[in-house]
Design a binder for this molecule. Structure first.
Ligand code: TXA
Ligand code: MG
Length: 339
């Protein structure tokens, strides 16, 4: 179905109440509204309405086997989405909500099965962005919201990215400028013992383990017949640009990858402290040296390079330590050749 998509500018810190009210009305009436969170833009619909949520899957072209995150304005609403709020979840919620953390909990009967892809658990997040908070509060309903992009494409960190991907398919985009964290929330399943990190994100494993004790990390989860894949978002090809992207270990590998005459058709993405000396003409994108700064810029840079008509994007992989877990995870998914 073709819809005309409106874009409404909104103040990221002090969102205008009349604009929030307009977006909230669309959500209450079953429509689709893209809004900023501190991680990426989300595509929201009333999580209590099967019909509204079906609209999300249609607009994104997302397989209905991939469940959605439900967003709340405050912890007081938890019982409208979850059947239980285990002690471990309580501790994480106290420490990290509102924020870039998603908790997988036992679902309540009120949440339609389409939200959870038929499963018994529901993913829940209370975001920190003032626009997300104002909107959720004004609607007064739990809002299902995946990242606001067509399925398998890069997540959006700006309203322009949302429009490019979903323009003509959704009702409204609240444009509050670029998001800050830049990569999707950390997802933790607290329904299992030990708890499992399903998707690394802005909150690092050690920060969670301070409350939870040891968790199972993504590499430690073995798919079984009963439980083929715990979080569909963990499947390899996801969050990818269209231009082939190659991850290389270091500056020497990057230099060695350049055949002659690639001219302006290749780009290299490197942290400031490791920018290589390369032949003239090759486009070099310099990234912040710290992981939070790198994450904040990552999708924006990939969106931009994807428009440059390049043949190949080379990224120098950041160090294989915990600090870089989430960024390395997204880079691996964006890379063309999966090991
Ligand atoms: O930062 C974010 O998390 C953004 C903003 C909008 O909140 N949302 C987001 O949603 O990235 P999405 O749909 O692109 O990714 C949600 C991830 C997927 O990997 C999905 O498989 C997983 O969460 N997920 C959702 N419900 C789940 C459940 N019940 N059990 C396990 N994994 C779940
Ligand atoms: Mg997504």
């Amino acid at each position: 179905m073709i819809r005309s998509t409106r874009i409404l500018l909104i103040d990221p810190r002090h969102p205008e109440p009349d604009r929030i009210a307009e977006a909230a009305k669309i959500l209450r009436e079953g429509g689709l509204v893209a809004f900023p969170t501190e991680t990426v833009y989300g595509l929201g619909a009333n999580a209590l309405s099967t019909e509204a949520v079906e609209g999300i899957f249609r607009a994104k072209g997302r397989p209905t086997t991939n469940p959605l995150i439900v967003h709340l304005a405050s912890l007081q609403q938890w019982s409208s989405v979850a059947a239980e709020f285990p002690e471990a979840a309580r501790q994480l919620a106290d420490a990290f909500w509102p924020g870039p953390l998603t908790l997988v909990l036992p679902k309540s009967a009120a949440i339609p099965l389409i939200v959870t892809a038929g499963g018994p658990t529901v993913a829940v997040r209370i975001p920190r962005h003032p626009v997300a908070f104002a909107l959720l509060e004004a609607v007064g309903l739990p809002i299902a919201a995946p990242s606001a992009n067509r399925s398998t494409e890069l997540s959006p960190t700006r309203a322009e990215h949302v429009f490019e991907s979903l323009g003509g398919r959704i009702d409204l985009i609240l444009d509050a400028g670029p998001t800050t964290a830049g990569i999707e929330s950390t997802v933790v399943d607290v329904t299992t013992h030990p708890p499992r990190l399903l998707r690394p994100g802005p909150i690092a494993p050690s920060e969670l383990e301070a409350y939870l004790g040891p968790m199972l990390l993504p590499g430690q989860m073995v798919p079984t017949a009963e439980e083929p894949i715990r979080s569909p978002g963990l499947s390899a090809r996801h969050y990818a640009p269209r231009t082939p992207l190659e991850l290389v270990d270091d500056v020497e590998c990057a230099a060695a990858r350049f055949p002659g005459n690639v001219g302006e058709l290749w780009a290299i993405v490197a942290r400031a402290e490791e920018v290589p000396e390369l032949p003239q003409g090759i486009r070099i994108v310099t990234m912040p040296n710290d992981s939070a700064g790198f994450a904040s810029r990552l999708y924006d840079v990939l969106h931009e390079l994807d428009h440059a008509g390049l043949e190949r994007i080379l990224v120098i992989a950041p160090p294989p330590n915990e600090e870089w877990l989430a960024v390395r995870d997204r880079l691996r998914r964006a890379a063309t050749d999966h090991g």
